[in-house]
Design a binder for this molecule. Structure first.
Ligand code: HEM
Length: 482
């Protein structure tokens, strides 16, 4: 059905309103009178006649948000029409119920510890390249003057995602083009867009960019199939997936030839063969789900670290220690997992500035959300994450950035409040990868680079472009660490 509300990812990200200063989106109308970040903690059911026919209900308490996210019999993720056009209607993320669960199971193997470890060298390579680029921008291009780094973090995140997802099957030029054009995709998914794609509109440019990405990823899938069939090693998510498909096919052939099951070498997951385009669509959803959220997290991470040198010093100390004093040592999974403090910093950034504020869902059938109120079928119901993540009972002094709360405090026990990655059947598939990736990035940066933040009056103000960013785009200067 046509739902005229949007969020950038079909799966995550809210693109609704500038929280804090500008109040002109529809959620600001919903949240009318709520001052900046102090979003009311009590449940309120706000009914907004939207698009004349669409009701919007905001589920803002922790328990109400959890209830919505854990009620797949009543709700499913809600996307704008244009998302179907960009990602294609056959995309797995639009599946519901059993079909969704089954498809998702087939992807779990791509995000296990063992699998994630294989992607680390590719990530390290991208960080090395981009850190050098950051130095060149600051020192050569801008002569040591501060410059907005948010666009560069977006490009870095796009590059690291592409390397993790499709390895070296994609060229550096294509990565750069995808990073640049990704703005068009995000813009195309803004709240109210014309439902038909007319030439030269935002959605038209967005569709063109999405088609280009799908085309690139399809070519990558074809190349990976050839390389993996020839016995190549796994270097990216795509390879891991293709390898399991090949092993599944071999297993099926052996069974068909009458080989006993226990001797046929059953792979950990039995997958059907996927076409290049199906693979491309799925890989695109990973990019779609990660790009805005991880760009936001990395921007705040670099900003906060510069503003809190005491915290950065501890990250640095930990990262040198786990590298046995050799700052050029490559990161490993054991190393990342042993970094208690760096993990605390990343978790605190995600709590303090949650990249996904709202997770829009569509009500499939009348949903008795409380004893006295039933959300009507066809309404949009939007669990919010911010109130749970800034609940003073779960996180004392919630508006202060305090990584220690994850080490000596009780933050780690507040599992019900930890809604950064959602919960229920659609919880974030990439959450472990995203956390480790942010830890790897800031850890490596801490030992190789110094950076200063030029604080402006807009630095702590929030702008929303799919997710949240500092309004001044994070003015930084990078220099090489002596
Ligand atoms: C800091 C970074 C990230 C944040 C804050 C984030 C947050 C979220 C949230 C809130 C959801 C919706 C959960 C729900 O409906 O209950 C989600 C879904 C999803 N995320 Fe993430 N995400 C991040 C990074 C990533 C990355 C890097 C990937 C891919 C590798 C990814 C892949 C997905 C997918 C595939 C879904 C949809 C799962 C489904 O519908 O079954 N995310 N994410």
């Amino acid at each position: 059905m046509a739902v005229n509300g949007s969020y950038t990812s079909p799966i995550a990200d809210a693109a609704y309103a500038t929280v804090g200063t500008v109040n002109n989106g529809f959620v600001s109308k919903v949240l009318g009178g709520i001052d900046g970040w102090t979003i009311a903690l009590t449940l309120f059911l706000s009914l907004v006649a939207y698009d004349q026919s669409q009701f919007v209900v905001i589920a803002s308490t922790r328990d109400m948000a959890r209830k919505v996210l854990n009620s797949p019999e009543y709700v499913k993720p809600c996307v704008v029409d244009v998302a179907h056009k960009l990602l294609r209607p056959t995309n797995w993320v639009f599946l519901d119920g059993r079909e969704h669960v089954d498809y998702r199971k087939g992807l779990n193997g791509l995000f296990t510890r063992q699998a994630l470890e294989l992607y680390l060298p590719g990530q390290e390579e991208v960080y090395s390249k981009y850190f050098q680029k950051f130095l060149d921008i600051s020192q050569k291009e801008y002569g040591g003057k501060p410059t907005p780094f948010m666009p560069h973090f977006r490009e870095l995140m796009c590059a690291v995602s592409c390397r993790t997802f499709v390895g070296h099957y994609i060229s550096d030029e294509a990565v750069k083009k995808i990073a640049d054009d990704y703005y068009l995709i995000t813009a195309a998914l803004e709240l109210v867009n014309f439902p038909i794609i007319l030439p030269f509109t935002k959605t038209w440019y967005g569709k063109k960019a999405a088609d280009m990405v799908l085309d690139e990823f399809s070519k990558c899938a074809a190349k990976s199939k050839v390389r993996m069939a020839a016995g190549g090693s796994v270097g990216c998510i795509l390879d891991g997936w293709v390898k399991t498909m090949i092993e599944s096919e071999k297993y099926r052939q052996k069974i068909a030839q009458g080989v006993k099951a226990e001797e046929a070498g059953k792979p950990s997951q039995l997958l059907r063969p996927f076409t290049d385009f199906e693979i491309s669509q799925t890989i695109f959803t990973f990019l779609f789900a990660s790009q805005d959220a991880t760009s936001s997290a990395s921007t705040w991470l670099f900003q906060l670290m510069a503003d809190r040198p005491d915290v950065l010093d501890k990250v640095r100390e930990e990262n040198l220690r786990v590298r046995n004093g050799d700052r050029n040592a490559a990161f490993t999974m054991d190393m990342l997992e042993s970094m208690t403090y760096t993990r605390a910093v990343v978790k605190e950034i995600l709590r303090y500035r949650p990249p996904v504020l709202m997770i829009p869902y569509l009500v499939k059938k009348d949903f008795p959300i409380t004893e006295t109120y039933t959300v009507p079928k066809g309404a949009m119901v939007i669990p919010t994450t911010y109130p749970a993540l800034h609940d003073p009972e779960a996180y004392p002094n919630p508006d202060s950035f305090d990584p220690e709360r994850w080490i000596t405090g009780t933050a780690e026990n507040q599992t019900k409040n930890w809604l950064v990655f959602g919960t229920g059947p659609h919880y974030c598939l990439g959450q472990t990868y995203a956390t480790l990736n942010l830890m790897a990035m800031v850890g490596k940066a801490s030992v190789l680079l110094d950076w200063e933040h030029h604080v402006t009056e807009l630095s702590e103000k929030i702008k929303v472009f799919a997710t949240i960013f500092p309004q001044d785009d994070c003015l930084l200067t990078f220099s090489k660490r002596p």
